[in-house]
Design a protein around this ligand. Sequence first.
Ligand code: HEM
Ligand code: HEM
Length: 216
Amino acid sequence: MAGLLLLCLVYWWLDNLAHEIFGTAMFMILIRHIYQNRSWFRNLARGSYGVRRTVIVAFHVALAVNMIVLLVTSLAISQSLFAKLPLPDSATLSELHWFSAYWVIRAVGCHLGLHWPRIRAIINAAFNLPPATVLQTRLLLLLAAILFVIGFASLSTLDIATKLSFRLSPNFWDFSTSVTPFFVRWVGVMALPAIATHCVVNIAGRRRASSRNSRA
Ligand code: HEM
Ligand code: HEM
């Protein structure tokens, strides 16, 4: 899904039909993803809400709203796959579409950072790797540091501040010159909130554990 999101950003390289196919594929997988995690939604009304749970649930609500705005505007402004749907189309809806798209990329970054231990376990199981060795942890730290530097440097290259602030960015990537650096930079930009969220979750977890130990 994260890969398809990034593929959606090459609108001016592969054009509208490819863009709508990538976006539709992402939404189809998202439906399956939400269905797979349905027990999480069912459990929302159960148990008590401390600070940690409130923040995580509030974040997921924001992510869901962000995705719904992206989905509704996608259907409304479609020029290929859903063009025949009787939905109103306007310049404002287009603006809302790309504005929500850039925020979705940030939010998905946070979401991935939040679920990093699960992602790591899934990758290890898929490639039959031993569970978290010291070498693997060090290599991942190095990768995170490289992605952080690339993401930070790309904030201005890709004009992220303007794109996230509902203003029209004059920044268009010249795909006739290069394609791979475009993806590398966007992966870095998505990695920034992922790394930040992962660090915050780790620090909060350690504080909770040490306050539990000092009480015991
Ligand atoms: C491109 C978008 C998304 C990506 C790449 C993504 C990725 C992931 C990953 C890797 C996990 C952890 C592994 C797993 O449990 O399956 C996860 C869990 C989850 N995701 Fe997403 N997700 C996306 C969008 C969403 C959206 C829009 C929602 C709606 C709120 C959502 C809700 C959840 C929930 C509820 C969980 C389980 C949380 C838990 O068990 O603590 N995801 N997601
Ligand atoms: C069903 C799925 C989707 C459809 C039908 C769709 C449709 C469209 C259309 C018709 C445009 C052109 C708007 C215009 O002329 O102003 C557009 C632009 C755009 N879409 Fe989507 N979209 C979909 C999914 C997505 C997703 C998942 C993303 C997430 C990254 C996304 C990001 C963008 C962006 C950033 C632009 C602006 C391109 C630019 O001007 O640089 N779209 N989309």
